[in-house]
Design a protein around this ligand. Structure first.
Ligand code: NAD
Ligand code: UGA
Length: 454
């Protein structure tokens, strides 16, 4: 089969950058990114590149080369399905809020809806690629949905090709992936489908980095990878209190521990807790799967990584609260950074949301600044968090939230700031007057310039 058309359902943080890179590397293939969110598609097509919905260093320059040449953003999902030989599923798979597995299992309703639609619309052979992060054995579920809805008796192959990019470095990660994982059925047609995808990636990824595995290994490797990445962050965060009370230095500990090659220096940076759309939801999903198979001790072990993360967020909130209580000063604090890490506009599961919410709950007035996240999004995040937690009866608490456009406008109202995200521009605030008191929850400033660092 000569692949001429590919489509990707889900034009978000994964679908956007991934398809942009494939389009750049495969100029002979037409790629169509579709999404049910029409406003998002409009923004991807906007003449003003600053409006594209995903901030990733390097993405705009790729889009300038490929958009409307061989990469198209479209609202017409059905036509894209019909004309494509390979269909990537890159829709979101958040933690379930209700029903069986609520609070742990991945919500597969978007995957199910896409699959059903593909089965109904497709008129010829398709390869469906799981790009979203999914629980192990989802390919089985996809095949079942297809069998129940296969209107035109079409032949489908389902393969798993999980994505390992990190936000803020997505383009770099996609150009030089540590590995590309492709899992397929061990049947002749399954193997052929895997080869089609290998033929795409091998245009820029060396063959030795393309790992062909069985479909279940590919699905489970993705959850395992995120769990293994999040675990050292919880490990170092779990020692940050002990380090503080014993006058040890947590950055020195991270350095000393990380110099052991068997452990490694990455993912040992202390923080107000890991955020992002994936670590928490994927570990919760792993916990759910372990419990499903009756492996309760193992489930508790991995749940510990989440509990330490929750604890770190609570600890950060109470450090701020304690300061104001001790000093008997007006509870008004500036939070610097809303995104879950620097160089991304993504705020999902950011520790800033949790900490702001805890502080509001303790009677604080909170002033917030982020270089990329606007007021609308910040208020939306707090409202959504409130709906999930249901602590506040009304939206009255939002009166105590002020989103500011600069750090200067915050320091006119309060002299106490807390660094929540490690944006580079926050490194300059140590030049602010001595009057300004800074909690540095990312350990990015000189310690002597702060009232708290881990
Ligand atoms: P996202 O929310 O940014 O994008 C998902 C998109 O899918 C949304 O725009 C949504 O409108 C669209 N969508 C949902 N249902 C649809 C439907 N039925 N038809 C058409 N469009 C639909 O999510 P994301 O961050 O890109 O993550 C996507 C998947 O990739 C998740 O499973 C995630 O765990 C995984 N992942 C994410 C990252 C990351 O860094 N964000 C990295 C690796 C893997
Ligand atoms: C993470 C993984 O790194 C990707 O490989 C994976 O593909 C992705 O999840 C996913 O499945 O979505 P991402 O969430 O984008 O990527 O960002 P990370 O750089 O991993 O950071 C996650 C959180 O951990 C951030 O809040 C960050 O500040 C925090 N972190 C990271 C620390 O607190 N300390 C560290 O040393 C590293």
């Amino acid at each position: 089969m000569k692949v001429k058309n590919i489509c990707c359902i889900g034009a978000g943080f994964v679908g956007g950058p991934t398809m942009a890179v494939i389009a750049e590397k495969c100029p002979d293939i037409k790629i169509t990114l579709v999404d049910k969110n029409k406003d998002k598609i409009k923004l991807w097509n906007d003449n003003d590149y600053k409006k594209i919905p995903v901030n990733e260093p390097g993405l705009i320059s790729i889009l300038k080369k490929v958009r409307n040449k061989n990469l198209f953003f479209s609202e017409d999902i059905d036509s894209a399905i019909v004309e494509s030989q390979i269909i990537f599923l890159a829709v979101n798979t958040p933690t379930k809020h209700e029903g069986e597995g609520a609070g742990f299992a991945a919500d597969l309703k978007f995957i199910d809806a896409c699959t059903k639609n593909i089965a109904k619309v497709a008129t010829n052979e398709k390869i469906i690629v799981e790009k979203s992060t999914l629980p192990v054995r989802t390919a089985e579920r996809i095949k079942e949905i297809i069998n129940n809805n296969n209107k035109h008796g079409v032949k489908f192959e389902v393969i798993s090709n999980p994505e390992f990019l990190a936000e803020g470095t997505a383009i770099k990660d996609l150009y030089k992936s540590d590995r590309v994982l492709i899992g397929g059925d061990q049947t002749p047609s399954g193997k052929r489908a895997v080869t089609e995808l290998v033929n795409i990636y091998k245009r820029w990824i060396p063959l030795k980095k393309i790992l062909k595995v069985n479909v279940w290994s590919a699905e489970l490797s993705k959850l395992a990878s995120n769990a293994f990445l999040a675990q050292p962050i919880s490990s170092i965060n779990s020692l940050s209190s002990l380090s503080k009370v014993t006058d040890a230095d947590i950055d020195e500990i991270a350095k000393a521990v990380g110099m052991d090659k068997r452990i490694g220096k990455h993912f040992l940076k202390v923080s107000p807790g890991f955020g992002g759309s994936c670590f928490q939801k994927d570990i919760l999903n792993l916990v759910y799967l372990l419990r499903f198979y009756g492996l309760n001790e193992e489930a508790n072990y991995w749940y510990g990584v989440i509990r330490i993360n929750d604890n770190q967020r609570k600890r950060v909130s109470s450090i701020i609260n304690q300061y104001f209580t001790d000093k008997k000063i007006n509870k008004k604090v500036g939070l610097l950074g809303w995104s879950f890490k620097k160089n991304t506009n993504d705020t999902r599961e950011s520790s800033s949301i949790y900490v702001a919410y805890n502080l509001l709950n303790q009677g604080f007035e909170v002033l917030i600044y982020d270089p990329l996240v606007d007021s609308k999004k910040i208020i939306e995040d707090l409202k959504e968090h409130n709906t999930n937690k249901n602590l506040f009866d009304s939206e009255g608490f939002l009166k105590s939230v002020h989103v500011m456009n600069t750090i200067d406008s915050i320091t006119k109202s309060t002299k106490v700031l807390a660094i929540m995200t490690e944006w580079d521009e926050f490194k300059n605030i140590q030049k602010l007057s001595e009057e300004i008191k800074i909690f540095d929850f990312r350990n990015i400033l000189e310690k002597s310039k702060t009232i708290f660092s881990f």
